[in-house]
Design a protein around this ligand. Structure first.
Ligand SMILES: *Cc1c(COP(=O)(O)O)cnc(C)c1O
Length: 220
């Protein structure tokens, strides 16, 4: 099947309340344009340089989401245009995003990445660290960032029960936070689910899925 066919099929299967991020990392611009031509406007990338090259070359009504781990010293390269940064997991990074956003006179939306997997290598905060971060005055004083939700990645496993447990955990952390009233937090997004597990993620409360290989084919 073509990229357009894959995309249309996936879109038709998503509830209206779920936003699709087409994960286009490593893929060439003509592949992204094929998705664009059939209406896709949100693309996810995991390298800032690659994302910036694509942003420069492609139509300006695209929303670019950074879904990879972000190094503070590279925030400046995307601060002008990035729509949503999914993987934020420290005050230091938030402070840098805030600083760069201020230079461009804008507010940058961010998701806080929560550690839900059983793997050592995944980035993110646990619930306690999340609450500690949100309670800091240094956090509350950041006026050029807005926390719009949470993001998580499940363990890379075939075990559906394990994945379900982890997604449910993220949803419960989100629900516990929801009543929070802090000026720079407006929580509405739970970003969870990829090609292999997005249906399960939606059952568990995901509002945003990040799908790459099921749209664009496998990556090397
Ligand atoms: C690559 C990537 C995805 C998409 O993965 P697929 O399995 O190709 O759908 C989703 N989220 C993150 C954070 C990624 O790095």
């Amino acid at each position: 099947m073509s990229i357009a066919q894959n995309l249309n099929k996936i879109k038709a299967s998503l509830p209206e309340s779920v936003t699709l991020v087409a994960v286009s990392k490593t893929k060439p611009i003509p592949d992204l344009m094929e998705a664009y031509e059939v209406g896709q406007r949100i693309f996810g990338e995991n390298k800032i340089q690659e994302m910036t090259e694509k942003w420069e070359a492609m139509p300006k009504d695209i929303e670019w989401h950074m879904i990879g781990h972000v190094q503070s010293n590279k925030v400046k390269f995307m601060a002008e245009y990035v729509s949503l940064i999914h993987g934020v997991d420290s005050l230091k990074l938030l402070q840098e995003i805030n600083k760069q956003a201020e230079k461009h006179n804008r507010i940058i939306d961010c998701l806080l990445q929560i550690y839900i997997a059983e793997e050592e290598t995944k980035f993110g905060l646990d619930e306690k660290e999340l609450n500690e971060l949100l309670a800091l005055n240094e956090f509350k004083s950041l006026q050029n960032i807005r926390i719009v939700g949470l993001m998580g990645m499940a363990t890379f496993t075939e075990n559906q029960n394990q994945i379900k447990k982890e997604f449910t955990h993220l949803k419960s952390i989100f629900d516990n936070l929801k009543p929070l009233s802090i000026i720079n937090c407006q929580l509405s997004i739970i970003s969870m689910g990829m090609s292999g597990d997005y249906k399960l993620a939606i059952e568990c409360g995901s509002t945003m899925v990040r799908i790459g290989s099921s749209i664009f084919g496998g990556r090397n």
